[in-house]
Design a protein around this ligand. Structure first.
Ligand SMILES: Nc1ncnc2c1ncn2[C@@H]1O[C@H](COP(=O)(O)OP(=O)(O)OP(=O)(O)O)[C@@H](O)[C@H]1O
Ligand SMILES: [Mg+2]
Length: 333
């Protein structure tokens, strides 16, 4: 049996690496910063270093993710980013093996692309598993029985909705809603309502620190940007009630999509879900007041996972220690 030491999740926001017997070893933004030179684009920052450059350089520098919606869009930059990150966790080229968490809806060609990518990064054996199955495992669920579980993972780029049993996905789908879309909406609203242009990093900080789904929350934070017209620096105190109307429609849409998914399931399956409760996970499910919001707007029982941002990679960690279960999941994927 192949011995897998590493698991990796290349998320729309963050890339996470787990090392067997060690735990979660790395979490860095899935970002590459590159600048044009006469010889083509040159990488000037990767991961955390690339994120630090966002909005801090001249306009010619581009900071982007080489993986879009779970699909490898820029093979060469992916290799650079992954080699850089795996060197940090001291992988051994041509010796180590890796489990890669991927979107459950990948085509055969996209899967093949992932396999080639990790072989080119230097791994000997590469195996792909669906991220949502790992999310379910991370939440402590038994994924092998006939009993059905449902997970909703609200990440940086997307929201994955999946119904799982017998080591496989009964029904899965992806909504193009995640933390990034909320950050963009927050920055637009602040420009429109308060006349201040802020960067996406500041908008993300506002979402995470001040954003709340409690109706009368009083969290607040001063943000500094530039005046829309004069471009002179300008500060303003943003409160939870400024953020709520911007983010609430996203959560309403997610709830609607989950509801539609459950309604479309045969009764034996939806009954299991109603009995066990829908598991909400992903970084964005850490938003203040989600529990309260779901109690008001979602008609099914639910739980919000602990350590929601890391739950999928932690679930993959369990797989590194259980090769028999890993084999069953791979067989069904
Ligand atoms: N306290 C918080 N409140 C709201 N959002 C948060 C909070 N903490 C982190 N986030 C957001 O969670 C997102 C990252 O979550 P996660 O790591 O699950 O995404 P990902 O796996 O990289 O993306 P995807 O699942 O879409 O591929 C970011 O948008 C981040 O701003
Ligand atoms: Mg994710």
């Amino acid at each position: 049996m192949v011995d897998y030491k590493y698991a990796i999740e290349i998320g729309g926001a963050n890339t996470k690496i787990y090392i067997r017997d060690n735990g979660l070893a790395l979490c860095e933004p899935t970002l590459v910063a590159a600048e044009p030179t006469p010889q083509g684009y040159k990488v000037i920052g990767l991961g955390q270093e690339a994120k630090k450059l966002m909005g801090k350089t001249n306009d010619s520098v581009e900071v982007f993710s080489p993986v879009i919606n779970g699909v490898v869009k820029n093979y060469e930059y992916c290799i650079e980013l992954l080699t850089y990150l795996f060197k940090k966790v001291e992988y051994r080229k041509k010796k180590d093996n890796v489990v890669v968490l991927v979107n459950c809806a990948l085509s055969r060609e996209e899967k093949q692309n992932y396999l080639s990518l990790f072989h080119d990064v230097g791994f000997r054996e590469v195996t792909l598993v669906p991220t949502v199955v790992c999310t379910c495992l991370g939440a402590g669920k038994n994924i092998s029985s006939t009993k059905v579980n449902m997970v909703v993972n609200i990440g940086g780029a997307n929201t994955d909705i999946a119904v799982i049993n017998m080591n496989s996905i009964l029904k899965g789908g992806t909504l193009g809603i995640g933390g990034r879309a909320m950050d963009v909406a927050i920055s637009h609203t602040i420009a429109y309502n308060h006349g201040i242009i802020i960067g996406l990093s500041s908008a993300e900080t506002l979402k995470n620190e001040v954003g709340s789904l409690f109706v009368n929350d009083t969290l607040n934070m001063e943000v500094t940007g530039v005046d829309v017209e004069t471009k002179i620096p300008k500060s303003y105190i943003i409160t939870s009630s400024d953020i709520l109307p911007v983010i609430e429609p996203f959560f309403e849409e997610i709830v609607k999509a989950v509801d539609v998914t459950i309604t479309s399931l045969p009764p034996e399956i939806s009954t299991d879900i109603i009995n066990s409760g829908v598991i909400f996970a992903g970084g964005v499910s850490q938003i203040a007041g989600l529990d309260n919001f779901l109690k008001r707007k979602f008609r099914y029982p639910f739980t919000i996972a602990d350590d929601a941002e890391n739950i999928s990679i932690l679930g993959a960690g369990k797989l590194l220690e259980d090769p028999a279960l890993l084999a069953k999941i791979v067989e069904n994927f």
